[in-house]
Design a protein around this ligand. Structure first.
Ligand code: AKB
Length: 314
């Protein structure tokens, strides 16, 4: 019987991943751990712990016979720059705790890396799987170190850790976090609450992006793939769509012609965006375990508006 723990269960990814895992494996077999506000309508097992405290994590794993951990807990790029020491402790230290426990308790691990593992020396278009990894943010440094730890624990201890380099993700279930690509979530709140938005990136800041449903499908498919199919033990490039704020605005205007967006780039966020790629070559994920994204920019815009309208009661 699979027993699945999700850390960071109430963030952007966890808010969609937990229900998807509950549906696939049964509500009673999924355990949610998170330090964000727990939604009033959450229906499932809640556990208490702290990813930076290995003994609290060991208790959860032993008490519940955990077989799979989706370790999502972490601080995003912008939040990490505000407190680099805390970012390292949570983002790298939290992963190290999970990998150390996986060595002993033999559970499978999913951990998200990010396009933040890349940096200014990485080719920006169709970024290859194997390329220069010289990030300029603490968030990216922890992602590169984490990728290498996943591969090291696999080779040295046989820990079955799998990872994806998430692009910017867009979803409506959780409020937007303190990231760079999160403008693509904030913009929909601006649209529905005020009919306008002031964007913290330049209008031509092209970034690799993905609608959350594609990300959830890819994440579960990677974890369910036979181990012999997994040739990348650092982290897979994971692509879907790419767009600029201006292109997203044009898509929104097709449905809401009166929507207005102004641009007031934040120097820190814009510099982070400029250090990341614009599009991703994810052919290794496609050939190893059949990755295939389905949601384009038009569809994403429609689904975001419909979902958020319902959530906000608009
Ligand atoms: C962020 O912008 O910090 C994240 C990411 C791309 O990892 N969404």
């Amino acid at each position: 019987m699979r027993k699945i723990l999700v850390t960071g269960a109430f963030g952007l990814v966890g808010s969609d991943l937990v229900p998807a895992l509950q549906e696939k494996f049964g509500k009673e077999n999924v355990f949610a751990l998170g330090n964000k506000t727990i939604p009033a309508d959450f229906d499932g097992n809640l556990v208490k712990g702290d990813v930076t405290d290995i003994s609290s994590m060991e208790t959860i794993i032993k008490d519940n016979g955990i077989t799979d951990v989706y370790h999502l807990a972490g601080i995003l790029s912008v939040g990490s720059e505000k407190d680099p020491d805390l970012a390292w402790k949570v983002n790298f230290g939290g992963l190290k705790n999970i990998l150390d426990l996986a060595k002993t308790y033999k559970f499978k691990v999913f951990w998200p890396s990010s396009i933040a593992a890349f940096g200014p020396t990485t080719p920006k278009v169709d970024t290859p799987q194997h390329t220069s990894l010289e990030p300029t943010t603490i968030y990216g440094v922890a992602k590169v170190a984490g990728e290498l730890m996943c591969q090291y624990y696999w080779k040295r201890y046989g820990v079955d850790a799998r990872s994806l380099r998430y692009p910017g993700l867009t979803g409506y279930k959780a409020p937007p976090g303190d990231g760079t690509t999160e403008y693509s979530v904030h913009i929909f709140y601006g649209l529905l609450n005020e009919g306008k938005y002031s964007c913290f990136l330049k209008k031509d800041a092209r970034l690799p992006m993905m609608y959350i449903d594609d990300a959830i499908k890819g994440t579960i498919d990677l974890m369910e793939a036979p181990p012999e199919n997994i040739s990348v033990r650092t982290s897979y490039n994971f692509g879907a769509i790419n767009f600029t704020p201006e292109e997203l605005v044009a898509e929104i205007k097709k449905l809401y012609p009166n929507f207005t967006c102004t641009y007031d780039p934040d120097p820190v966020k814009q510099a982070i965006a400029e250090s990341w790629p614009q599009s991703i070559d994810d052919s290794a994920a496609k050939s190893d375990w059949g990755w295939k994204p389905e949601i384009d920019l038009t569809k994403m815009t429609e689904v975001m508006i419909e979902g958020l309208k319902e959530k906000l009661g608009k």
